[in-house]
Design a binder for this molecule. Structure first.
Ligand code: F7E
Length: 282
């Protein structure tokens, strides 16, 4: 189906009569949402409404609904860590569109008694992540540098921090969210905050590339101390019109109710992504 096409959604739901619906469809790239705000809103915001409204029209009140809400909705957070009661302050068309879906999901739950939940997931990565997201870009880029297949990786804001978890852990949580007696909303995070620069340092360490950072602002770069080559450079066009400077979640509710026990921490996540990249390259 296509979330911008109500009829296709309606037809599928009528045929399948699903026990559970996981709405993971989206234009999910924050930077792209500044270039394509209408497409992003149509898919991410109205797309969720199209599913919910189809379920209601078809009287599929037994179908449970999961909405992929995002930590981006918190945006310019005043106080960290962020939990289910934290204030929202979206900083991109992407975040605004996700906030619409967050509220409409709650609205259908409260108004029509539907089993509809929001998983407010912080960044979750895996070897399957595409290269236009920073985690994969760094891993793939530095692996290629270490095999001399590439000279340099270009990045934007090195100082943004994110709470990075593994997609495998988070998908288990999505499922658990729909297995509870009552529908509810949950933050899923690790509670650990790392910067983009920390990510680069961690990948370099695993690949045994000794780097030294020099310069400031747009001139900041990482030099490989072995080859004396610059392997990370900053590119102005990779900065966003608005940035979310820091994100860190508090997953106490998920821990308590869903018994959230992640198998991966930051280091294990990075290692998993590197191992996959090395295997692919070899
Ligand atoms: O950026 C900075 C960038 O694009 C992370 C999506 O899954 O998680 C993801 O959104 C940070 C930002 O992910 C580059 O400015 C620096 O501060 O990997 P990202 P995101 O924007 O955090 C949330 C939870 C979602 O819901 C989204 O769907 O890294 N950054 N240099 C860069 N980012 C990119 N992409 N490329 C760079 O060169």
């Amino acid at each position: 189906g296509d979330l911008t096409d109500s009829a296709s959604i309606m037809r599928i739901l009528e045929q399948v009569k699903p026990a559970e619906v996981y709405n993971l469809a989206a234009q999910s790239h924050v930077a792209v949402s500044f270039e394509e705000p209408l497409h992003t809103s149509n898919t991410n915001a109205l797309g969720s409404l199209r599913i919910l409204e189809s379920l209601r029209i078809l009287k599929l009140f037994k179908s449970k609904f999961y909405q992929a809400s995002s930590s981006e909705m918190f945006g310019l957070a005043k106080k960290l860590p962020l939990d289910e009661n934290s204030h929202f302050s979206p900083q991109s068309p992407y975040a605004v569109s996700k906030l619409y879906s967050y509220w409409i999901t709650k609205n259908y739950r409260d108004g029509y008694g539907m089993y509809a939940c929001n998983g407010i997931l912080f960044n979750h990565e895996s070897p399957r992540r595409s290269e236009n997201f920073v985690s994969k870009k760094i891993v793939k880029g530095l692996v290629e540098v270490s095999f001399k297949k590439r000279k340099c990786v270009y990045l934007g804001n090195l100082y943004a921090t994110r709470d990075w978890g593994h997609a495998k852990d988070y998908v288990r949580m999505m499922h658990l969210i729909l297995q509870q007696k009552k529908p509810d909303d949950y933050v899923v995070a690790t509670g650990v905050e790392k910067s983009v620069k920390d990510f680069v340092n961690c990948v370099a360490k695993y690949l045994k590339i000794k780097i030294k950072w020099t310069g400031k602002g747009l001139s900041e770069c990482a030099v490989d101390l072995n080859s004396n080559q610059i392997i990370v450079k900053i590119k102005k066009s990779l900065f966003r019109p608005l940035e979310v400077p820091r994100l860190r979640g508090n997953m106490n509710k998920a821990k308590k109710v869903l018994k959230f026990k992640p198998n991966y921490n930051f280091d294990k996540l990075v290692k998993d992504m590197i191992d996959h990249e090395l295997k692919t390259l070899k």
